[in-house]
Write a protein that binds this ligand. Sequence first.
Ligand code: AMP
Length: 324
Amino acid sequence: MQPSADSLHLGNYLGALTNWVKMQDEFNAYYMIVDLHAITVPQDPKQLRDNTRRTAAQYLAAGIDPEKSALFVQSHVPAHAQLAWVMNCITGFGEASRMTQFKDKSQKAGTDSASVGLFTYPILQAADILLYQPKKVPVGEDQRQHLELTRDLAMRFNTRFGQTFTVPEAHILKETAKIFDLQNPTAKMSKSNEAKGTINIMDDSAKTAKKIKSAVTDLDGDISFDPENKPGVSNLLGIYSAVSGNSIEKLVSELSGKGYGDLKTSVSDAVLSVIEPIRQRAEELLADEAELDRLLGLGADRASAQAEQTLAAVYEKIGFLPRK
Ligand code: AMP
């Protein structure tokens, strides 16, 4: 994830982070805070530094365990930028131009103000992945095209220079919760939406409770799960189910005969019981920057050990003279 906000939102937590925490037991996982990607759009230096620590603290607080996984900051492992350059040189200009996410993002920013870094972002992403020789990459639908590019580049390199990279497959997570905006429940919850509709992990409890109390519902008073006709109520039920671990059917039957006020109180209590301890732990971690930085240093050491090995093989294959 990018360190581009001072707090993760509930969608990041339920849609991504909880899965990453679970995956640590099954896989040898690498989790990275992508500050190199964050500078592809204009950013404030102090905020970037603060948000990098804040993102790391929230990962740790949510259960990413530095003993089990490598948790690190992208710029701490120079091999990312180094491999990205090599990958830039085997990517066609037309091929990079076909990435639809760049088209969307640059249209929003105005093509003239979009940076070359934003254009080559998917190539850095390919380097991010290939350095660790993974068999699988957990991705959402929106990242499929970029993963295809990664696979194409890995195969191209292997064909041209000899077997070097594992060609990774998409690991599509089943049953991933999709969380919608509280005020505009047909849009995904996102950091770029208006603050009122977004539940932030680092907000204090009163603010979160107030946002949930003001969530959009319906006029008919009925509590049922029908995302098409009742997006607001269905989103609250989806959130309730994701944080409580209970099925939507069970929650609907529990709430039968009750009103939206009761639903919101229950959702609010359940959400807070999950995010409040995470916020508190993250605050504790942020209060001791030296310890937080030490943990990130350990993660970078662990990541570098693997990344440097891949980079050395790449440099050798493409004919760079080894430094003595
Ligand atoms: P972003 O910074 O918006 O790219 O979000 C990082 C990750 O969080 C995404 O790849 C998704 O897995 C997850 N995510 C973001 N927004 C939501 C949402 N509204 N519902 C579920 N998952 C989300």
